[in-house]
Write a protein that binds this ligand. Structure first.
Ligand code: SAM
Ligand code: SF4
Length: 340
């Protein structure tokens, strides 16, 4: 079992398969994109699998594949199948923008992956196109349908709430009425573009405090709009009845709905005390905290060291994982490079 210096059990590894993406979400990437890493800077799938095997031996039991957009990485299905075969790994999950999922959902399920989070920030095609700078909502919705058709579950939809985007939150909540979709609203985080001044100009168009919408406000809006629309109030879901998850979401439900509405509040309610994760970036850096720029170079050890050397790096990450991110604003690398 992997325990860090503050007694937290670390059993969850997020692996970024690529820094590349087929979208350019305004809050995640600059319009011109970011300079992609060269091919040899990115870990090969074999290197990732070796690292994962060692990490599982150290106590990691859950792996999430992310990016950039993980489904643009060639060979992703075989990669899932090989990771799934690791003894000691309980589950593997995917975070995707969904636009390529119609093609991949069935093979992924066949390879052993059923847990999927689809990031989707608007259900209005014009707003979706604006937020993603050119993406097609129909592609993401086809991905959502394909996830259900292929038998994936739990299926979650993650929406980052940004005040300036003027999103229709109730439209998302309505997704929970017909199918077991678990919609989670995520507070907008100041990642990327670290600056001394307390604001940041992140990878995207620029995080400001004014764009941050707290979970309390999200829930108040959903209750008011849901009541006006005849859906009633959101009722809290007990932990045991919530969709299985690896993170600190709080869940609610409209009466009788098969799906749930969740909120994830990294800023307004710190959950560092429950943090259970490590991150491996596509270029082979081990990151113990999303908000800390301390990274451990795993790539060069994977290319020149022994398994014991790699294991030592994992132990160093556990020993140096910060207790909390306090109110840090901005990071050296953007979310598409860290993996969310
Ligand atoms: N491309 C995939 C996707 O969009 O799901 C995986 C990578 S993306 C970086 C992972 C998650 O980070 C997405 O849900 C995205 O919405 C979220 N994200 C990106 N920038 C964010 C920010 N500044 N605050 C909160 N979430 C953010
Ligand atoms: Fe790509 Fe995901 Fe970032 Fe959007 S949030 S630009 S889909 S990596």
């Amino acid at each position: 079992m992997a325990i860090d210096a503050f007694g937290r059990r670390i059993d969850y590894l997020r692996i970024s398969l690529t820094d590349r993406c087929n979208l350019r979400c305004v809050y995640c990437m600059p319009a011109a994109g970011v300079a992609w890493k060269d091919h040899d800077e990115i870990l090969s799938l074999e290197e990732i699998e070796r690292f994962a095997a060692i990490a599982v031996g150290e106590g990691i039991s859950k792996i999430r594949l992310t990016g950039g957009e993980p489904l643009v990485r060639k060979g992703v299905v075989g990669h899932v199948r090989r990771l799934r075969a690791l003894t000691g790994l309980e589950a593997i999950a995917l975070t995707t923008n969904g636009t390529l999922l119609a093609r991949y959902a069935a093979p992924l399920v066949e390879a052993g992956l059923t847990r999927v989070n689809i990031s989707l920030d608007s259900l209005d095609p014009a707003v979706f196109e604006r937020v993603t700078r050119g993406g097609k909502l129909a592609d993401a919705l086809a991905g959502l349908d394909a996830a259900f058709a292929a038998g994936m579950g739990p299926v979650k939809v993650n929406a980052v709430v940004v005040r300036g985007l003027d999103q229709d939150l109730l439209a998302f909540a309505r997704l929970t009425l017909d199918r077991p979709v678990h919609v989670r609203f995520i507070e907008y985080m100041p990642v990327g573009g670290a600056s001394e001044g307390g604001e940041c100009e992140p990878a995207g168009e620029g995080w400001t405090r004014a764009d941050h919408v707290s979970a309390e406000e999200i829930l108040e809006r959903l209750t008011a709009e849901g009541t006006a629309a005849g859906l009633g109030a959101l009722e809290p879901v007990r932990r045991g009845d919530a969709p299985g998850g690896w993170g600190p979401a709080r869940y609610y439900r409209y009466a009788g709905a098969p799906g749930t509405v969740g909120v994830i509040t990294p800023l307004s309610h710190h959950f560092c005390g429950e943090c259970n994760r490590l991150r491996l970036t596509a270029d082979g850096r081990l990151r113990a905290c999303l908000f800390s720029d301390e990274e451990i170079d795993v790539r060069s050890v994977l290319r020149g060291g022994t398994d014991a050397d790699v294991r030592d790096l994992i132990r160093t990450a556990l020993a140096t994982k910060p207790e909390s991110h306090s109110s840090r604003v901005g990071t050296a690398r953007g979310m598409s490079q860290i993996g969310g």
